[in-house]
Design a protein around this ligand. Sequence first.
Ligand code: KG4
Ligand code: ZN
Length: 339
Amino acid sequence: MADMLVLGIESSCDETGLALYDTGRGLLAHAVHSQVDLHEAYGGVVPELASRDHIRRIVPLLRKVLAVAGTSLETVGAIAYTAGPGLAGALLVGAGFAESLALALKVPALPVHHLEGHLLSPLLSADPPRFPFVALLVSGGHTQLMRVAGVGQYELLGETLDDAAGEAFDKTAKLLGLGYPGGPQLARLAETGQTGRFPLPRPMLHSGDLNFSFSGLKTAVLTQVRNRPPDDSDKADLCAEFQAAIVEVLSAKALAALKATGLKQLVVAGGVGANEALRAGLDAGTQAAGARVFYPELELCTDNGAMIAFAGAQRLTFGSAANQAGSFSVRPRWALGEA
Ligand code: KG4
Ligand code: ZN
């Protein structure tokens, strides 16, 4: 296949991300607008505000990536966009824009599964993993372990039975009165705290399978807070213990997945993959097991257009069908296995 320039568009939640990925030259440009400031006052993402803001940002971001790549729309050979899972209205903005632009440019539009984007994002780094590998997907909505044999070949090994790790971070941060988004704030406070003062459970650490459960951990923090309102130093210690619990469980299960599959490469993807303590835990664990861990570039851990452009490009390379012109839909709920 001749080299092709793929435009990627991500709008599934509270980040508008656009990127240009060239199948020959690699990632040429990517730009993200985060809606953190917009939703902060509400303590969480307000779907209707998210949709409206995607509409405002998408064209300026497109101009920006074209300028950075030093090219024009006419050179775009395909347009990949996040078709799900995510917020319906937010997805529709990206999908509608991508499909119409593709129709106007007479190029294929490629609906991409958001998690597949995350999953493949470490392949964008300078020193990428090779198939097959185990992937630990830790985002705001998902916590999954997968065996990845190739593009489109994903076997679910285990997943959370309730809250995702990122969700647990966000909810726990909220109940401690930390700002939104909670994950990074809780992680920052955890660095100043000490473990060992507040006992918290390590849910399902010894369950013997590769599943997770994090809602009990959040409830355990809530119980501590109700028993005795924490002062600032208590809060830091609670954060440290909470983070340690999450890191311990995620690391243990990721290592167990390597052992179960006999694989020696672990790929970490999704927003929680930006967590420094998790990285330290996984670095140490994989090293001790004679395995290697791969992370996406830090700025590609959270939602972005580059991973969508890349996943779309892979789909093109591996011959998956593009959408019928003029017809498309989004899938707010969508299991990766069905992709
Ligand atoms: O992958 P992502 O950007 O969006 C989804 O697809 O969900 O992940 C967002 C999640 C949020 O729950 C956020 O709090 C969490 O990732 N997160 C973190 C950190 N950075 C982002 N959690 C813990 N520590 C961090 N440094
Ligand atoms: Zn995501």
